[in-house]
Design a protein around this ligand. Structure first.
Ligand SMILES: *Cc1c(COP(=O)(O)O)cnc(C)c1O
Length: 479
């Protein structure tokens, strides 16, 4: 008999290495502030240090971890630093990492109920919890006409919403015979780029996407929305979809949900609400009003992986009428047929999104919600908002800086009075020093600085220090 080989990691070795890895991550979290927040490597610098070909023979975990420390870590931008104020947060937390690790360990592929009933049933229950935490209307719960699903990103959720809207409007005919090219969708000039991408993927066509103008608060103008719809109707086109945003990526602008919702009802259009980052705020009673009007929406999505202490990826996509989504996306090849599905007594989440396979993502969300409790989550979210509002107040009362957009929650857009080139220089100088990382946007043609406050461990002291750094650097650049 041939000698039977085994290259797999023994459970003894896994136990040892696993404990070391947890220690490594805990050390990382304890020391994360010592790294430059924005990675300072040049393009290609990491690639150069990696061998051209895969190793022919086994290497030890010690060798691998040596390279993690020497090669990989310099190429990390530290999203988990409390001095990370760029883009939007991409939260992590102890309970989330542990839940994700458990999900990896179980290695479950939860495409249908039968492939791990717990993967489906926990997800349904946790999402109903979230619907309650966000005070969503009944129709978004699985116990009513709707329900929710965990997807990878807000981009995928938006695509699912557009596909469902498309099929509902055409009585499921595009699924059968393809797009006729006369469906029209509406977003604002501030809507996230993922909506444009989804419109392209869904076969609607960029020419059939209307970018509606915004008011002085950068919120969608409802009068312009309605006149665009009227105009398209007169031209024989078929309006079918509107995306409203709660917390735009650029400036945290909030579209008027009630007015947009009323227009969607009047013209029978699908209303999707994209609240990728800011949706989390609605778990705090004092910020729930930002979702007023959601009762008029057909779908809603937000990312616990941005600002709810749950590591990437975890988007929660809610629909008011699950039958439309399922009818749009379901497919049943022979090899997936099973009794539970045929009985109609179970949810098969593969019918709720684009891909077939799915991870057991609800575990990390369940861990996070149970670890913090709803009150703990509310505490940390409202603290972030409080600190951001404090920062906005410092800007407002400063002689050198102006607030350039309303700051309803945790994102503050501001600029130095010395103009665009100066602001760009200021941002680049600070980010190159590495003590903090923030990014920019453009508002009405002006270069604007953004401080987004929402990293899991960001506290007032970090934001105070950031404000000092910004002011001191500006003084230095002026002299
Ligand atoms: C971040 C963001 C998105 C995209 O999120 P993904 O989950 O990465 O697709 C969409 N919309 C808004 C408003 C965002 O802030």
């Amino acid at each position: 008999m041939e000698n039977i080989k085994n290259y797999h990691m023994s459970s003894e070795e896994f136990r040892k290495q696993g404990k070391q890895m947890i220690d490594w991550i805990a050390d990382y979290y304890e020391n994360v502030e010592k790294y430059p927040v924005l990675s300072q490597v040049k393009p290609g610098e990491i690639t150069e240090q990696l061998p051209l070909n895969a190793p022919e023979v086994s290497e030890s975990m010690d060798q691998i971890m040596t390279d993690v420390n020497a090669i990989i870590m310099p190429g990390i931008t530290h999203w988990q630093s409390p001095n990370f104020f760029a883009f939007f947060p991409s939260n992590s937390s102890g309970p989330s990492v542990l839940g994700d690790l458990l999900s990896s360990g179980l290695g479950v592929q939860g495409m249908i109920w039968a492939t791990s009933p717990a993967c489906t049933e926990l997800e349904t229950r946790v999402l109903d919890w979230l619907a309650g935490m966000l005070q969503l209307p009944e129709q978004f719960k699985s116990t009513s006409t709707g329900g929710a699903v965990i997807q990878d990103t807000a981009s995928s959720a938006a695509l699912s919403a557009i596909l469902a809207a498309r099929e509902k409007k055409t009585n499921y005919q595009v699924n059968e015979s393809g797009c006729s090219g006369n469906l029209v969708a509406y977003i604002s000039s501030q809507t996230h780029s993922s909506l444009e991408k989804a419109i392209k993927i869904a076969g609607i066509g960029k020419n059939n996407l209307r970018l509606i103008g915004v008011d002085e608060k950068l919120a969608m103008r409802v009068d312009l929305l309605e006149s665009a719809i009227e105009n398209d109707l007169q031209n024989g086109l078929i309006p079918f979809f509107v995306c409203a945003t709660v917390g735009s990526t650029s400036t945290n602008a909030i579209d008027p949900l009630i007015e947009i919702g009323n227009i969607c009802r009047k013209y029978d259009l699908w209303m999707h609400i994209d609240a990728a980052m800011s949706g989390t705020a609605a778990i705090c009673p004092e910020y729930r009003h930002f979702l007023d009007g959601i009762e008029l929406a057909d779908s809603f999505s937000f990312n616990p992986h941005k600002w709810m202490f749950t590591n990437f990826d975890c988007n929660c996509f809610f629909v008011a009428d699950r039958s439309v989504l399922i009818k749009t996306l379901s497919i049943l090849p022979e090899y997936l047929k099973n009794q539970a599905t045929e009985s109609g007594a179970v949810i098969d989440y593969r019918d709720w999104h684009i891909q077939l396979g799915r991870r057991f993502r609800s575990l990390k969300l369940w861990f996070v919600i149970r670890h913090y409790g709803v009150s703990g989550l509310r505490y940390h979210i409202s603290e972030h908002v409080r600190i951001a509002q404090e920062f906005a107040e410092w800007v407002r009362t400063s002689a050198d800086f102006d607030l350039v957009a309303p700051a309803p929650l945790n994102l503050v857009c501001f600029a130095h009075k010395n103009g665009n080139d100066f602001n760009r220089k200021l941002l680049e100088t600070i980010n190159a020093e590495g003590t903090m990382y923030f990014t920019h946007t453009v508002v009405n043609g002006n270069y604007v600085l953004r401080m987004c406050i929402g990293q899991t461990n960001t506290k007032e002291e970090h934001v105070r220090q950031a404000w000092e750094t910004i002011q001191e650097t500006a003084k230095k650049l002026e002299s």
